[in-house]
Design a protein around this ligand. Structure first.
Ligand SMILES: [Zn+2]
Length: 451
């Protein structure tokens, strides 16, 4: 489910439910009334319609944990208007296309995902579930997501890889969007919410409730019948302190420390080294899926993890140069998108796409100098942009960063507090530039070698 939008960046489309037509916001305003309307429409028609576009798109009517809502019809990713919250990301701007249906399968009851990490350990064999998780590109496994791939999937479906000028994100908004995705996803046939805990933002008034939710989740972890059940914690890395045997990791807003052996932590920080550079730890964030096991004495042990670097605004980045570019774009008041490759190196994607120009503007950060295969691929990509007349901003990192034209006119001002930004209904551009339906579906040349 994607409620779209409470940050004001998407419009609330009109939806048709039974014989009524109303805005999505109106439908959701009164939850009890919403439940009555949707339950009756599901019984009579089986589905609803989104009126954002012509022809209209079908919507799934779903009830999850007592909450009724509408969701995108399976497979209908681009039938909706560009600013409709039900629209998925364009296929040319995501690594998702590299995966088969067995990895990500949309159905009317939700999205069924498969991952390469086992969440049970057979205590008889002491197999280590996490260490085989890593596969880097090469099309080596199109049928299962890595942990980082799963994290990127959740991020992308929550549209957290899109920066909207003027709307400042905070963890509460990320949490809300991520929980919505988790609640509508399955690992195989098991609800993802049974194995994944998304760390909530800290608020004094909800601390006791959050603690109870965690305790209920944690009660399902640990050993039973010679098997140990693992859980996934989605949260932001805070710090790691050395202990006699390894490290004690802390996540932001999460009181339980997670213990990790030195060997595993060294492996993970090497595997995700671009997230742990000094620039990234000082200026960015590290968000992870932390697979944890509960030891007999109750403390949490890290089994493996998938870790993603982001800007302070939660936009994923692959390098320090990309962090610099993403910050420059945000400083210039631009709306942009970071295509995610789902840890598949073979997928060729632009580094960023500015979405407030029509047509959109692509950004390439050329971060490697002098490697022949990289230079060749760079030339192919440059030719591709040129032949199609696409707008491109390039940064050769051996030179200073190019100036990003500033977008001047925007109704959302910096006076909005972070909480206001979450609930504001404004946020659309008033400049002559807009994101519109005329966005093309670019398909980047997917030849190898990858960048
Ligand atoms: Zn729509």
């Amino acid at each position: 489910m994607h409620f779209g939008t409470t940050d004001g960046s998407n419009t609330s489309p009109n939806v048709r439910v039974g014989n009524r037509s109303m805005s999505l916001d109106d439908l959701y305003r009164d939850r009890a009334r919403c439940a009555r309307i949707l339950a009756s429409a599901r019984a009579e028609d089986g589905h609803a319609w989104c009126e954002c576009n012509c022809p209209q798109s079908k919507l799934v009517i779903r009830c999850r944990q007592g909450v009724w809502h509408l969701a995108r019809w399976p497979g209908d990713r681009i039938g909706h208007a560009a600013n409709c919250p039900f629209r998925g990301i364009d296929p040319g701007l995501t690594g998702r296309a590299a995966f088969s249906e067995s990895a990500i399968q949309e159905s009317r009851d939700g999205v069924h995902l498969r991952i390469a990490t086992s969440l049970t350990t057979d205590l008889g064999t002491r197999s280590k579930p996490g260490l085989g998780d890593h596969h880097r590109g090469g099309g080596s496994n199109r049928h299962r997501l890595t942990l980082l791939g799963l994290l990127e999937y959740l991020w992308e479906e929550s549209r957290l890889n899109e920066y909207r000028s003027g709307s400042r994100l905070w963890w509460g908004r990320c949490h809300h969007a991520l929980v919505s995705q988790v609640e509508n996803s399955f690992l195989g046939d098991q609800p993802l919410s049974e194995v994944m805990y998304v760390v909530p933002p800290f608020r004094k008034e909800s601390a006791a409730n959050n603690e109870a939710t965690w305790n209920a989740f944690a009660a399902g972890l640990g050993s039973k019948n010679r098997r140990s059940r693992l859980g996934i914690v989605l949260g932001e890395f805070k710090d790691a302190a050395a202990t006699s045997r390894g490290y004690r990791i802390r996540l932001r807003n999460f009181r339980k420390p997670i213990f990790v052996t030195r060997k595993l932590w060294d492996t993970l920080t090497m595997r995700f080294q671009s997230a742990f550079t000094s620039q990234m730890t000082a200026q960015g964030r590290q968000v992870g899926l932390w697979v944890v096991d509960k030891a007999t004495r109750g403390y949490l042990r890290l089994s493996t993890a998938g870790i993603m670097a982001t800007t302070q605004s939660w936009i994923p980045v692959d390098s320090g140069y990309e962090l610099t570019m993403a910050n420059a774009l945000a400083d210039a008041n631009r709306s942009f998108l970071k295509p995610l490759r789902y840890q598949h190196c073979d997928v060729v994607l632009p580094d960023f796409v500015i979405t407030d120009t029509n047509p959109r503007t692509y950004i390439e950060v050329w971060g490697i100098v002098g490697r022949e295969s990289y230079e060749r691929r760079k030339q192919e990509k440059q030719d591709y942009y040129k032949q199609r007349g696409l707008q491109l901003i390039e940064w050769n990192v051996s030179e200073s960063i190019p100036e990003v034209p500033r977008l001047l006119s925007c109704r959302v001002s910096s006076r909005l507090s972070t909480e206001d930004a979450v609930t504001s209904s404004s946020g659309q551009f008033v400049a002559g530039l807009s994101s519109s339906d005329s966005h093309g579906n670019e398909q980047f040349p997917q030849a190898t070698p990858a960048l």
